[in-house]
Design a protein. Sequence first.
Length: 125
Amino acid sequence: MRAAIASATPPRYERKPAGSVVDAAEPRIRELLQAYPTMPATVIAERIGWERGLTVLKDRVRELRPAYLPPDPASRTAYAAGEIAQCDFWFPPVTIPVGCGQARRPVQLPVLTMITGYARWLLRC
């Protein structure tokens, strides 16, 4: 009780993860995926001598497989720094003075916001 009162955050029940039956077989699964990244989970089960249900093994193989597959050349898009930008309009919630005693609402005078890709640079015009 004293620890809970002294704590800055509310108490929370935490339980250590129990692990999975697949944990023991994971190194062998990784070896097979390293050599044959598209090998079906059923074939992996045969090769490692899996005698339990396939659902747990298939879920783990589905989780591990993307790390071993080569990148798809058709879906890779590469941009040089500053080559691409995202443009958007920003409507600030203030009335903007435009001179000669006149003012404009955000709907009448939006701000163009541009963010370049991979350049970590921001410009508001």
